[in-house]
Design a protein around this ligand. Structure first.
Ligand code: HEC
Ligand code: HEC
Length: 323
């Protein structure tokens, strides 16, 4: 019965194809929120020239500013003393928390601000990263991969010390939100968007373009130099409608759980004034199921109906609020 066998085989192929398609995420990750560094042949060796930044008497070489176990602290008077795990990490596995999240905890678009999150919430997220309940929809995103594979090797005591430290830091205005139709042309470098040289412009389209206010200071990891995020025209108004009104029943108004002004309430984290790239990443990850810890299931119901355009509007508005 060769025909029957052939028929069965074709049927089998169809089933395999169907399962594969059903497994494929319906939307690909927006590149501007999940920035992936291009593969460079060999990165340039950092030089030994002394470097300075405004309003600091500190001097570091470029190489020192890139030390994952001893990141530069340009403004020690601006924050309390850092616990060992934040300032040095623990060799060989755990990088200093302050390298990526910065000594003042304000973070960068490719990671997250931790300043002023509750210590319980921080510990809870570390548990989710460790158990695999919190992943990224984009496995090639090295900063998140490092957060998961290295930082969760910190002991519970070290995590408690880091959580205590970051929870005490002040949340401040760190990202300037600008509605516009035209943006600087950018490319990905250092896991974030940076302006092309020579400078050029292009239409924003449906994207958020978050980039350093001053690339040189950001590259030196100066935690007194923040970011600007360009958002499409009309996003703030549409975002406000979605966030405060629930967008005609698409979801609940966010303040119901995130508190007045979205500044957090109990274990529900503050989201006002935080990075719009980070916010889009989280909404996307919660929708895709990559972030699926027990507490995030409350968010699942909020994000199921959201399109990328909705997420852009929501993130633009939330980031523009006073932290
Ligand atoms: C290699 C860079 C890197 C280092 C070092 C690092 N993190 Fe992170 N961290 C990240 C990234 C990237 C994210 C954002 C994950 C995402 O976008 O989903 C993150 C997110 C977090 C979050 C979630 C914040 C939120 O609002 O939910 C916590 C908590 C956190 N990190 C704690 C720590 C602690 C504690 C340390 C030190 C033990 C540390 N991190 C060190 C890269 C890093
Ligand atoms: C029913 C309660 C509830 C509502 C309503 C809600 N959230 Fe949340 N949200 C949570 C909880 C709980 C968490 C923490 C999830 C976790 O621990 O993983 C969270 C986390 C988040 C995060 C991740 C923050 C971080 O630090 O990583 C973002 C972004 C967010 N919510 C945005 C929103 C927006 C925007 C809305 C309105 C559209 C909204 N939420 C409505 C309960 C809610």
């Amino acid at each position: 019965m060769p025909h029957l066998r052939l028929l069965l085989f074709v049927f089998f192929l169809l089933v395999v194809a169907f399962v594969a398609l059903a497994d494929t995420p319906s939307q690909t990750t927006p590149y501007w929120a999940f920035c992936i560094n291009p593969v460079t042949p060999t990165p340039a060796k950092p030089d030994d020239n002394p470097r300075r930044v405004p309003n600091s008497s500190a001097v570091f070489t470029t190489a020192q500013t890139q030390d994952l176990f001893n990141p530069p602290d340009w403004h020690p008077p601006d924050h309390p003393p850092m616990p060992e795990i934040v300032v040095h990490g623990r060799k060989p596995d755990v990088y200093a928390c302050g390298y990526c999240h910065l000594p003042n905890g304000m973070g960068r678009p490719e990671n997250s601000s931790l300043a002023g999150l509750s210590a319980d919430y921080i510990i809870h997220q570390m548990t989710d990263f460790r158990s695999g309940a919190r992943k990224s929809s984009e496995p090639r995103h090295l900063p998140v991969a490092n957060m998961i594979s290295r930082e969760t090797k910190a002991t519970n005591q070290e995590i408690a010390a880091a959580a205590e430290y970051f929870s005490k830091l002040e949340r401040k205005i760190w990202i300037r939100i600008v509605e516009t139709s035209t943006v600087p042309k950018t490319h990905v470098a250092g896991w974030m968007l940076v302006a092309d040289t020579p400078a050029a412009t292009e239409p924003i389209g449906q994207r958020i373009i978050e980039m350093p206010e001053d690339l040189e200071r950001t590259e030196l990891r100066d935690d007194a130099s923040g970011f600007v995020a360009y958002v499409p025209e009309g996003s703030l108004k549409r975002g406000k409608w979605l966030v405060t009104g629930g967008g005609d029943g698409k979801m609940s108004p966010c303040a119901k759980c995130h508190g007045p002004g979205l500044r957090g309430s109990g274990n529900v984290p503050p989201i006002a004034g935080r990075s719009p790239s980070y916010i889009v990443r989280q909404l996307f990850d919660m929708k895709s199921g990559a972030r699926s810890g027990a507490l995030s299931l409350q968010m699942r119901r909020q994000v199921v109906k959201l399109s990328i355009d909705d997420m852009i509007a929501i993130a633009a508005f939330v980031s523009s609020l006073k932290p």
